[in-house]
Design a protein around this ligand. Structure first.
Ligand SMILES: Nc1nc2c(c(=O)[nH]1)N[C@H]1C(S)=C(S)[C@@H](COP(=O)(O)OP(=O)(O)OC[C@H]3O[C@@H](n4cnc5c(N)ncnc54)[C@H](O)[C@@H]3O)O[C@H]1N2
Ligand code: MOO
Ligand SMILES: [Mg+2]
Length: 420
């Protein structure tokens, strides 16, 4: 029988979650940039501030199919006495006008077309009727229009030198369109953090193994891999290690060389076989914390081996999930250069009674809903640390302060948004 009796494990000093987050953030650094193509940039984080190299639109652009006109020519136009304008040319998208518009003149133009010099408005086709005068094309317009109508000026969307996107901005659909419009075929994106995932537990089976007595399949590893991907990292799957102290320590030390962050799950509590509790307390490690004043996940631990950060998450799936959101997400965001590393919080109404009495602050897996224009958050089920079914469908963590009475439905609460 193995006993990992080290008295330190039982004398733990709980840190408040914020304090523990600060300790993690103090040891997470921006990882630098790599050049990626526009089509590979989705979900990546910008590593440089991008400045508009030209105004957009770069030419005066028509917003309608119709006629480019001088609004002054239409001042007196009425349905019964329409203005008659000579039509100089037809301007499809992509065509550079050959003729400036003089008094009494117009050019037919399509949406997105370049408005010729002299014109200051575009009249939509439906307000016009085409005709001929002396064999030459004309257009009749029976209504005046204000200057500037249906015309986008140069730089009306983006001015030359505008800050297009800040460092740390995740590249999504809108950002992709912006980059393309400004000619960025490649951008500097933050290097993806390589996050090693090691599961401890002699009870663990591979996913494709049949169940056996007292064994469970390793569910934390795929959950953590999904979370790492969701928050911009690259998971490195290191499999599982049994709860044997020496073997586990060797695997942990090996894992550190090839990653930017090591996540372990399991073995952080006070049990005889809780190997991670001892590893993070090794003399050559710097223990950041081994207890957090929160539920689930109170034994969540963190340590540095040299410069490398280990987050030793609880084995209980619910606690592992919450520990990831509270501590791994800020570390990853810092590594990616994101300005605000913590999840954003909002206030909402509690969707059902929460009768549980808490000595510690709780982070309850919950779903957000808009009802009659108000934000409500409802626990996805029992928030027991051992449950994973309540992770499904959760998009926030309700923060429940220590309470002796529990909370009532409809009470305002704080919720952390956990889906990017
Ligand atoms: N005497 C005490 N016992 C416990 C305490 C305590 O303070 N005193 N704390 C409890 C709390 S709170 C938590 S949380 C858990 C922490 O457990 P560990 O992190 O030590 O994790 P394990 O003991 O290895 O396993 C716990 C539980 O999780 C399952 N598990 C582990 N790994 C996986 C995995 N990869 N996939 C799915 N499930 C996993 C494991 O089978 C256990 O059921 O300790 C309490 N105990
Ligand atoms: O703090 Mo542990 O995660 O409840 O069960
Ligand atoms: Mg344990």
């Amino acid at each position: 029988m193995q006993h990992t009796d080290s008295p330190e494990r039982f004398r733990r000093q709980a840190k408040q979650p914020e304090e523990a987050q600060r300790a993690v953030l103090d040891h997470a650094r921006f990882l630098g940039a790599e050049n990626v193509s526009l089509y590979e940039a989705w979900g990546r984080h910008l590593a440089e501030e991008l400045i508009a190299p030209h105004p957009f639109p770069a030419f005066r652009r028509s917003g309608m199919d119709g006629y480019a006109v001088r609004s002054a020519d239409l001042k007196q136009a009425r349905p019964e006495s329409p203005a008659e304008l000579e039509v100089l040319e037809s301007l499809p998208g992509g065509a550079e006008p050959k003729h400036p518009i003089g008094p009494g003149q117009a050019s037919r133009i399509m949406t997105g077309g370049m408005v010729p010099e002299g014109a200051d408005a575009v009249v939509m086709l439906e307000m016009t009727s085409a005709g001929e005068r002396d064999g030459m094309p004309i257009v009749r317009i029976g209504k005046s229009v204000p200057s500037g109508v249906n015309l986008s000026e140069i730089g009306s969307e983006i001015r030359l030198g505008d800050r297009l996107l800040p460092v740390g901005q995740p590249i999504g659909p809108g950002e992709s369109a912006l980059l393309a419009s400004c000619g960025y075929t490649r951008v500097a994106a933050a290097r993806r953090p390589r996050v090693a995932i090691l599961s401890t537990g002699s009870e663990l089976l591979e996913v494709d193994e049949p169940l056996a007595p007292a064994k469970i399949r390793n569910s934390n590893a795929p959950m953590l891999a999904a979370l790492v991907r969701e928050f911009g990292g690259e998971p490195l799957m290191l499999g599982k290690v049994p709860d044997r102290a020496e073997e586990a320590e060797e695997r942990v030390r090996q894992a550190l060389s090839g990653c930017d962050l090591l996540l372990t799950s399991g073995g952080v509590s006070v049990g005889d076989y809780d190997v991670m509790a001892d590893i993070v307390a090794r003399p050559d490690a710097k223990l950041l914390f081994n207890k957090v004043a929160m539920r689930p996940g109170s034994p969540t631990s963190a340590a540095l081996f040299g410069e490398k950060l280990i987050l030793a998450l609880s084995g209980n799936p619910g606690a592992c999930f919450v520990g990831f959101h509270l501590f791994a997400v800020p570390a990853l965001r810092r590594m990616l250069g994101v300005e605000r590393p913590l999840h954003p919080a909002y206030s909402a109404f509690l969707g059902e009674d929460f009768p549980k009495v808490n000595a510690y602050r709780r982070y309850v897996r919950a779903a957000t809903e808009i009802r009659d224009g108000q934000v409500w958050v409802t626990p996805t089920g029992d928030d027991k640390s051992s449950l994973m079914t309540t992770i499904v469908g959760s998009d926030c963590l309700i923060e429940i302060p220590p309470t002796k009475e529990g909370l009532k439905r409809g009470q305002p609460v704080k919720a952390w948004k956990i889906r990017p």
